[in-house]
Design a binder for this molecule. Structure first.
Ligand SMILES: [Fe+2]
Length: 291
């Protein structure tokens, strides 16, 4: 049956339509990558995954939730692993300790207020980032429920280009919810690095919802020497793809999230030329309607 209308519409944003010079924007952010800091939570999560893949369910349960959480928060150093996990082979522990960060990031937060037919932007200090209403399709433990702290975006990168995108995001919200007058937006500048023999993904939680009213799941700044990184949106069963797209520089997906039947993920990336470094750089937006 041909679908005539989608209850929860999805739209593609392109920064070129906003009068942004994409090449200049790319150059500026590229020069700003030195500011990005490793997402240590993701590295710890990867360590946990490797450890658990070498343990029985019984052993995982015996270690207990509190210990896994302490590992996730970096409160238990790698040197304690041989004591906690005496049966895990030393080469596995060596692999774990040599894991490198695959996600670099910066965070910022702002409020948009609707005044005299336009959005006014006010940057505010970031609260610890916590996705309390996030969901994952598999019902596994979702580490995003735990508050995380990341380095804040330097002021010079909260620039006119970003403000144009924020206004566009606000206008998109208005298309769906004309009475919206105040928005809270978390902005995630993210750089996914391709490291040989490691998985590089910006949605390690798999198919999920972010638990906010609207998202720009990713606006791609650039893809450098990578394939993959496909954005896939699924319907209510979290299995049937509605959209499957490899976003190119300047493109992003705007969609409603919390309480809808839409689920999403982005696939991992791999190097095209394995002798060269590769990465995918994006900006994500989580939008809450406050008023
Ligand atoms: Fe997401």
């Amino acid at each position: 049956m041909l679908l005539k209308e989608l209850d929860t519409p999805i739209s593609i944003i392109n920064v070129i339509d906003l009068g942004i010079d994409l090449e200049k924007m790319k150059d500026k952010l590229r020069a700003g990558y030195k500011e990005y800091e490793p997402d240590v939570y993701l590295t710890q999560r990867n360590k946990i995954e490797i450890l658990q893949s070498h343990l029985s369910q019984e052993e995982i349960d015996r270690v207990g939730y509190d210990v896994w959480m302490k590992i996730y928060k970096g409160e238990i150093p790698d040197k304690d692993f041989p004591i906690i996990f005496p049966h895990i082979a030393s080469d596995v522990l060596k692999t774990i300790s040599s894991l490198q960060p695959t996600r670099m990031r910066l965070i910022s937060e702002c409020e948009l207020t609707w005044k005299e037919n336009s959005w006014e932007i006010q940057r505010i200090p970031c609260a610890p980032f916590q996705q309390t209403e996030a969901l994952i399709a598999t019902n596994d433990l979702d580490y995003r429920l735990i508050p995380r702290k990341f380095k804040e975006l330097p002021e010079y990168l909260f620039d006119e280009d970003l403000k144009k995108i924020l206004i566009q995001v606000g206008n998109k919200v208005k298309e769906f919810n004309n009475s919206a007058k105040k928005l809270s937006i978390s902005i995630h500048h993210t750089l996914i690095l391709c490291i040989p023999d490691q998985i590089s993904s910006n949605s390690p939680e798999g198919i999920h919802q972010d638990g906010v009213d609207y998202i720009v799941s990713a606006l791609v700044i650039e893809r450098n020497n990578v394939y993959g990184g496909k954005s896939i949106i699924y319907g209510a069963d979290a299995k049937t793809p509605l959209l499957n797209i490899t976003l190119q520089s300047g493109q992003g997906i705007f969609q409603p999230d919390k309480g809808t039947e839409l689920w999403h993920e982005v696939t991992s990336i791999s190097l095209i030329n394995t002798d060269e470094p590769g990465y995918r750089s994006t900006i994500g937006f989580d939008i809450l309607v406050l008023d």
